[in-house]
Design a binder for this molecule. Structure first.
Ligand code: NAD
Length: 486
């Protein structure tokens, strides 16, 4: 292994690496080869307690600093992340299997964007002044929530650690972050960098473990807010546990998003959207447009050209920059995807391309294209979280809108058309939190990101995220004598 992927210790608490070998050991596997690249211990109750105690103690000091000072730390952390982008991208590739052609532009860089953006906002987070009759007035104070818990999925370990940490810290909160047990390595680097950039010890902590560790964090009375990126079933459990204690939540969950291609669309552009929305990160993206509705007039042309362009995918060593498709991130996910492909065939979808496991070490599967998919098929209803693109066809706008929205999910949705008014009418009708016109799957830090319906609660990124990591205190000031009826 040319890079040392074994972390100094499993957890990062109160400004330093911490180990507790009593915690259950788990192996970190490089998905491209199946090799064990590191071992970490799950957090014991003592480790969880240590992390929360550090975060609770540090929060007072951190919140007492000016927004300008906090922002400076975050912006310095962004600079360090960018300087180390290459090494962080290599680690992200080892952790997830995603190719370097992606990780060098979408992971540490996206994390750095979040740190820079929220670092820039930190100094401008203010309350307001509300004048009232008789000279009385109200002012509001925008305050930190306290100790926030972040729980991550395995597809974007660096990005998720930063998307949660940056707005939380900008507002004066501290964080205990639990990465996915599948990808435990990258968040440790985020913690290291924040402390190096000047965050006081305890401001950002990382503990490892499975769902049970996450659950113990969620229910701890010291925690005031929980932000989860994960599946809908986990989201329902975590939301319920947080609600029982009246905690704030952000839920970034799964999807089965529609992408509608009308027959007047720029077909190459629409195919690019379908490729970006189904095969980026080997399909392991929550906002993927996995139900591609293509209007009947262009269906066969669309399928033929899409299959042709899929032939240009470079499936291979993720460390090579020309590679565009890496492995699945885990054996478990590979098996899940294979199961869905089998279901697609069984239920009568037409396999146009791919569909097979690639026989080599690691967790490889071909990018797969199904046509003639109908709304009732399993592959059109359930989130697959793999490189499986389902093309459904339609006749009219009215019909496709009803079908596009007929899902419990509501994360994202996209439309490809040259008709300006139709484009805006369609996005207005989408039951989805994040919509795209003539593009797909972008998530710049400046724009709110999140879902409706079962896909989530709250928004990450943009100024919106500030509302989810702070609360407003109202202060009524009387300039007059206080009066009472008796
Ligand atoms: P998952 O739900 O299995 O796990 C997510 C995290 O929750 C992990 O860290 C896990 O250890 C933890 N967890 C599990 N049970 C828990 C419990 N009871 N209490 C607290 N924590 C618990 O999801 P995954 O397989 O890691 O990730 C894939 C899912 O994430 C997909 O559904 C995908 O769509 C979704 N996702 C959503 C977004 C988004 O922004 N909306 C982004 C990436 C991934």
């Amino acid at each position: 292994m040319p890079y040392d992927t074994q972390p100094v210790a499993s957890h990062f608490i109160d400004g330093e690496y911490v180990e507790d070998t009593a915690g259950e050991i788990s192996e970190v596997i490089y998905p491209a080869t199946g090799e064990v690249i590191a071992k970490v211990h799950a957090a014991t109750p003592a480790i969880v307690d240590k992390a929360l105690a550090a975060a609770e103690r540090a929060q007072k000091e951190w919140a007492a600093m000016s927004g300008t000072e906090r922002g400076r730390v975050l912006r310095r952390a962004a600079d360090i992340m960018r300087e180390r982008n290459h090494d962080l991208s290599v680690l992200e590739t080892y952790d997830t299997g995603k190719p370097m052609s992606e990780t060098t532009i979408a992971d540490a860089t996206s994390g750095a964007d979040a740190l820079e953006y929220f670092g820039g906002l930190a100094a401008s987070l203010t309350g307001e002044h509300i004048p009232l009759a008789g000279g009385d007035f109200v002012y509001t104070r925008r305050q930190a929530l306290g100790v926030c818990v972040g729980i991550g999925a395995w597809n974007y370990p660096t990005q998720i650690a930063c998307w949660k940490g940056a707005p939380a810290l900008a507002c004066g909160n501290t964080m205990v972050f639990k990465p996915s047990e599948v990808t435990p390595l990258c968040a440790l680097k985020v913690a290291e960098i924040l402390i190096e950039a000047g965050a006081p010890n305890g401001v950002y902590n990382v503990v490892q473990g499975m769902g049970a560790v996450g659950a113990s964090l969620v229910t701890d009375p010291r925690v005031t807010k929980v932000s989860l990126t994960g599946s809908v079933p986990t989201g329902k459990k975590v939301y319920a546990a947080a609600a029982a204690e009246m905690k704030h939540v952000t839920m970034e969950l799964g999807g089965k998003s529609p992408m509608i291609v009308f027959d007047d669309a720029d077909i190459e552009s629409a195919i690019s959207g379908a490729i970006n929305g189904n095969f980026y990160s080997t399909g392991q993206v929550c906002s993927n447009g996995t139900r591609v509705f293509v209007q009947k007039g262009i269906k066969e042309k669309f399928l033929a050209r899409l299959a042709e362009r899929m032939g240009d995918a470079v499936i291979g060593d993720p460390m090579e920059m020309e590679t565009t498709i890496g492995p699945m991130s885990s054996e478990r996910q590979l098996n899940i995807v294979e199961g869905y492909i089998a279901k697609g065939k069984e239920e009568g979808a037409r396999l146009v391309k791919g569909g097979n496991r690639i026989e080599k070490d690691g967790y490889w599967i071909e990018p797969t294209l199904f046509a003639d998919v109908t709304d009732d098929m399993t592959i059109a209803r359930e989130e697959i979280f793999g490189p499986v693109l389902a093309v459904l066809d339609f006749d009219t706008e009215e019909e496709v809108m009803e079908r596009a929205n007929a899902t419990e999910f509501g994360l994202a949705a996209g439309v490809f058309t040259q008709d300006l008014t139709r484009a805006h009418r369609v996005v207005a009708g989408f039951e989805a939190g994040t919509c795209y016109i003539n593009t797909y799957n972008l998530a710049p830090v400046e724009a709110p990101f999140g879902g409706v319906k079962a896909s989530g609660v709250g928004r990450e990124n943009s100024k919106e995220a500030i509302n989810h990591y702070s609360e407003v205190k109202t202060v009524y000031v009387s300039m007059n004598p206080c009066e009472a009826p008796f």
